[in-house]
Design a protein around this ligand. Structure first.
Ligand code: PNW
Length: 539
């Protein structure tokens, strides 16, 4: 066990950290540079769909201000930046026979070069909810498995071909649960389909989300197959999916509530993670949905199973779960933040679904690592301070509840890695900037940087300073890294030792750096031996 006070109580030297965004939430310039419409363009312009009636036409204007965004990342000292590509900027009509837009390619190509020039590793999401409108109009998008799988795979292939020489970290899909449930079940996100005729003119919440989820899994899997067969050998990158999922805690000790928490996890996470990592839908989902849950053919299952190189984890909060209710999207459980004794689980955020509970972050990391046994990349995690939008600038910049949130999760993160032996390789805070928060419009601010939407000026909040400083102080410097097994040491480094004592799967080997190369560098023999001894003794 490494003592908390030890200089070795740190994350590995090749740990990746940075901030995340998504194309539609920041770019704006929706009708510029040959971009085709996405399903969010008109949806966000439709009265009543966003809280403040505002849309994504300008957002944080990052299509024009991307150099400024890179400067901001540099000022924070990040190692990596997670962003997404707009499918309809690259293929305006989206389909496999539709033309590629060279202006869109050039925009992202220049951006990637800009990051690399500053030593920032691009972490690229292919799909963060902005489906080309033309594909929705043509065949109902994700509802048409046969068409969308082919169109998505071709889009992915174009991205690998054009950017894969420089991009070594790919995420196929962002949060399939949100795509399926919020877009086709609750109808609150584009394309806004549901059974609720007060909200949606079309849709069927009892069937469509499960069909959409199935198409998303298959599209992900066939894109990964293409990457592995046609690009990976030459380009040497990694590819995986990223899932949302909040920790589920039983409301109390009763057996039905303990079971309810597992049901909540089965639908929030297992719906996607179980097929991808374990090869089948969770038994509880089959029981709950019967033949409304689509089945994989044997051939599809071969492609789906094992189709992610790592576990991509987006998480924000913890829910207390009680058995009951008929909400299938929550596994027929009820969520609350109020404990049996009437107290709140944590600090309330601006959005109703989020409270700050850092222990849940650590518990979730352990659960995912034990169940899926792959390295974890935390690709989103963040907090929206209550009423921040109504505060004067100076007050908003001192975002103490967000600092408190990040203080808690970073402590949980390092405890999970060093004490529990969970193999976490990356952490991205959501978000680099305040931005278009989907149905919330611009009311809810998740940024570690404040954006004044009148001037588009960016102002670092205290949280950005906290997170940047924390990662700089808690990652082993290359000088401190103990030698690897191939060098002097007969045993793995202390992190690996701790892992063994906890009965969790261990870190298998020295992980790869951002560019796919082993990061640990040669040190002087003395430095190596000293570092090794101090690690071994837990100093
Ligand atoms: C994620 N929920 O969305 C997305 O990946 C981001 O684009 C988004 O800005 C961020 O989290 C903050 O909301 C979520 O209702 C949207 O539980 C809704 C939920 C969770 C995540």
């Amino acid at each position: 066990m490494i003592a908390k006070s030890s200089p070795q109580y740190k994350l590995p030297s090749d740990f990746i950290w940075g901030f995340a965004t998504a194309s539609f939430q920041i770019e704006g310039s929706t009708d510029v540079g040959g971009r085709g419409k996405s399903i969010w363009d008109d949806f966000s312009r439709t009265p009543g769909k966003t809280m403040d009636g505002r849309n994504g036409d300008v957002a944080t204007d990052s299509y024009n201000r991307w150099r400024e965004d890179i400067d901001l990342l540099v000022s924070y000292g990040v190692k990596s930046y997670r962003f997404s590509l707009s499918w309809s900027r690259i293929i305006p009509l989206g389909g496999r026979d539709d033309p590629v837009n060279e202006e869109g390619i050039k925009f992202y190509s220049d951006f990637i070069d800009g990051l690399l020039e500053k030593g920032i590793t691009p972490f690229v999401t292919l799909y963060h909810w902005d489906l080309p409108q033309a594909l929705h109009d043509r065949y109902l998008g994700w509802l048409n498995k046969d068409e969308i799988v082919q169109d998505y795979t071709r889009y992915a292939r174009v991205c690998f071909e054009r950017f894969g020489d420089r991009v070594k970290h790919w995420l196929t899909m962002n949060e399939p649960w949100c795509i399926s449930v919020l877009g086709y079940g609750r109808g609150v996100f584009a394309p806004g389909r549901s059974s609720d005729r007060m909200r949606s003119t079309e849709g069927d919440s009892s069937t469509e989300p499960w069909i959409v989820g199935h198409s998303v899994i298959l599209s992900h899997a066939y894109a990964v197959k293409a990457y592995r067969e046609e690009f990976k050998e030459k380009q040497g990158g990694q590819i995986g999916i990223t899932l949302n999922g909040d920790w589920a805690m039983p409301y109390d000790d009763s057996p039905e509530n303990i079971e309810a928490a597992q049901h909540a996890l089965d639908v929030a996470i297992g719906w996607f993670a179980d097929p991808v990592y374990l090869g089948s839908y969770p038994a509880y989902m089959k029981e709950m949905l019967g033949d409304r849950l689509p089945a994989f053919t044997d051939e599809e299952l071969k492609v789906v199973s094992g189709s992610s190189d790592f576990y991509g984890m987006n998480t924000y909060t913890t829910n207390l779960c009680k058995a009951g209710g008929d909400d299938e999207f929550q596994g027929k459980t009820e969520y609350t933040f109020t404990r049996p004794d009437g107290t709140q689980l944590g600090t309330q955020a601006h959005c109703a679904w989020l409270q700050d509970y850092p222990q849940g972050f650590r518990d979730l990391l352990n659960y995912l690592y034990n169940r899926y046994k792959l390295p974890i990349y935390v690709t989103e995690n963040g907090f929206a301070v209550k009423d921040e939008n109504a505060m004067p600038l100076e007050q908003a910049l001192h975002d103490e509840p967000r600092v408190q949130y990040y203080r808690g999760v970073t402590q949980s993160l390092i405890s999970a890695v060093v004490e529990d032996g969970v193999d976490v390789r990356a952490y991205f805070g959501w978000s680099l900037l305040d931005n278009f928060e989907w149905a919330d419009g611009y009311v809810t601010r998740f940024g570690l940087t404040y954006v004044d939407y009148e001037t588009q000026k960016r102002y670092p909040k205290d949280s950005a300073k906290f997170v940047s400083k924390w990662f700089k102080e808690h990652i082993l410097s290359e000088e401190e890294v103990p030698p690897t097994t191939t060098e002097v040491a007969p045993k793995p480094v202390a992190v690996k030792k701790t892992a063994q004592t906890n009965g969790v799967s261990k870190r298998q080997s020295v992980s790869k750096g951002a560019n796919g190369k082993t990061v640990q560098k040669k040190k002087s023999p003395i430095a190596r031996v000293t570092a090794y001894i101090s690690t071994f003794l837990g100093l």
